[in-house]
Design a binder for this molecule. Sequence first.
Ligand SMILES: [Zn+2]
Ligand SMILES: [Zn+2]
Length: 360
Amino acid sequence: MRAAILRRTGSPLEVSDEVTLVPIEPTDVRVKVHATGLCHSDVHGMDGTLGPLTAIVLGHEGAGEVVETGSAVTTLAVGDHVVLVWSPPCGCCIACVDQRSPHLCTRIQFVQAMRRPFIEGGRSLYAMSGIGSFAEEVVCTEMSCVKIDDDVPWEIGSLIGCAVTTGVGAVFNAARVQPGDTCLVVGCGGVGMSVVQGCRVAGATTVVAVDLQASKRELAMRLGATHGTAPEGLRALTGELTGEANGFDHTFEVVGLPETVRSCYDATRRGGNTIIVGVGSADRTVSFNLAELFWDEKTLRGSYYGSADPRRTIPLILRLWRSGQLDLEAMISHRIGLDDINAAIDQMRRGETNRIVITP
Ligand SMILES: [Zn+2]
Ligand SMILES: [Zn+2]
């Protein structure tokens, strides 16, 4: 079968026809990938931000059909449609049982990330997050799959595997936006666009979308942002829109850079929330002075994979999509095959795309 392989950090992906899968373990399933989204985290995987593992099949935002189940699998059957989740809760560790942070469970994710389920030319290959969805089929643990209804389009399922769960979850579970709140979203890729939509669904009355690209600001306005601006317009707009509060109730950083974290913190009102959703690198730092940390009582928190159990967030998102409250179709700008993946990654790096969905 075919898969897109990162052979060395920094190099383009290579599509190989010579890839096979290891036999499944009793708790594994084999899934035929019908759609997989291109996420900025895949690019972080290519440039080494997420670690040095190679050779690796990237891809972590996917949906597909179960085609084989291990002997100990109890929750899935052949033919089931599933969303692949890249940080599945194990259900029994301390992060899982206290109910507050099952999305932070590392038991399955870390073990899965070290597996090498793909084989090419006698050499075994890693799979990103234990998934590796830039392939026609994957082998993963049963826990990495959330079953969805058969009528959910594959491309919608794939987006829910990462971008939408991350963005909407940050609004509902991390910030807990309330009706009438004011929100700022800096960075309008697939995750940022999901944050914008989540803020609208939560009842925010002001949602400001900030992006360098005018086309992304325009799409954000169609999807629920009340205002759009390039970064240089943010300061004036904050004053104009938030008045005496002198900042937004919630700001969402969806870029992963020190300067955007800082500008989100600065644009948060005293006592408000600054939510870090963007994936940044371990060697970049942000400074805060001690006076502002004390006097302004702002909450600065990260939001990882929607900040709640994906088995709860994913069905919620599907209900919101079915009721017409989330427009996920509008977030897809390109549909491509595996062969065009490098050109698509270049386009994404230039900021010319919204979500790109690949049909392996
Ligand atoms: Zn992702
Ligand atoms: Zn756990």
